[in-house]
Design a protein around this ligand. Structure first.
Ligand code: BEZ
Length: 310
């Protein structure tokens, strides 16, 4: 945080998504809202596409106060605070609207309260990307066809466990590296959401789209706890209100658009396979067994999901 003229702040917000991504736009809109609400006294410069480092590095910068704010995948947070792994329980959400409701649960809100003590960051609210799908080169008829396949995953433990249980060869790789890795054959399948499959044209690189909706993919808006301590109560309240409103908008956008993006991919003639939990055999149950030991809130998360199902 740079402090200039009496109480003015130039804040920096980092994220890994490309400039055109909904998360990046939301960060920019939040910056514009904050500048407008403070007559330009507080400004935010947004650094997309991993310009400030990968998510692990940005998390470290938040902890030291070198970075003011970030929109990070909950994946990265779960690497530090394993309770957050519960959000990745396979088939926790029945559909994308349900995923949005789970993020609005009291449990989700209460988990943010742990972040200053456990991770040195203040959690303002949740955003998300769509539900996870699998895109693969070649024909896939059953989960057995994924065995041994080099399958790109976001680097975090809950999803690593899922694909290890499935017998695939999960390959952790940050988002900006995915297109090239798929194009040059470094991986022959990816775990991804519909927006990215459509907008980044991943569907051109692998012909089979397994529509499984197997996991949620939450994001969290964070402020460095160190920076937060130096802010006035009024600034904290304003930043919370404005950032939360833009994060809520991200969730609402994905709820509406997730299935539209999938339909657009389908219209290209891609080979679509719609599957449900049975496709994965007993992997979801085995995952719960592992994660009930790692995340103290997994049981409560399943209950919160059941309570908000329709
Ligand atoms: C991913 O790692 O797949 C991802 C990260 C951020 C936004 C969307 C997807």
């Amino acid at each position: 945080m740079l402090t200039g003229v009496a109480g003015a702040h130039e804040l920096r917000l980092g994220l890994i998504t490309p400039p055109s991504h909904i998360w990046t736009k939301a960060a920019e809109d939040f910056g514009a809202d904050l500048a407008a609400a403070t007559d330009g006294a507080h400004t935010i410069t947004v650094f997309p596409a991993q310009q400030l480092g990968n998510e692990a590095e940005m998390m470290q910068q938040l902890q030291t106060g070198a970075l003011d704010m970030a929109f990070l995948t909950v994946a990265e947070v779960s690497n530090r605070v394993p309770d957050f792994g519960a959000f990745y329980a396979p088939f926790l959400a029945n559909d994308i609207g349900h995923a949005g409701r789970i993020l609005q649960s009291d449990l989700a809100a209460s988990m943010l309260e742990d972040l200053p003590a456990k991770a040195g960051v203040v959690g303002i609210g949740y955003g998300m990307a769509g539900l996870r799908q699998i895109e693969a080169k070649g024909k896939v008829e059953s989960a057995a066809d994924l065995k041994g396949k080099k399958l790109r995953i976001t680097p975090f433990k809950p999803i690593l466990d899922f694909y290890n249980l499935l017998g695939a060869a999960p390959t952790p790789m940050p988002l900006p590296a995915v297109y090239d890795a798929l194009a040059n054959g470094q991986v022959n399948a990816i775990d991804m959401d519909a927006e990215m499959i459509w907008k980044m044209k991943y569907y051109e690189q692998a012909e089979t789209i397994i529509v499984s909706n197997h996991m949620m993919f939450p994001m969290v808006g964070l402020v460095s706890a160190k920076v937060w301590k130096g802010m006035s109560e009024d600034d904290r309240a304003l930043i919370s209100k404005l950032m939360k409103a833009r994060l809520d908008e991200v969730v609402a956008t994905f709820v509406v658009k997730d299935s539209e993006w999938l339909e657009q991919v389908r219209d290209t003639g891609a080979n679509f396979m719609e599957v449900d939990a049975t496709f994965f055999g007993d992997v979801p149950a085995q995952w719960d067994e592992i994660w009930s030991e790692q995340s103290a809130v997994l049981g409560q998360m399943r209950e919160a999901a059941a309570a908000s199902a329709e």
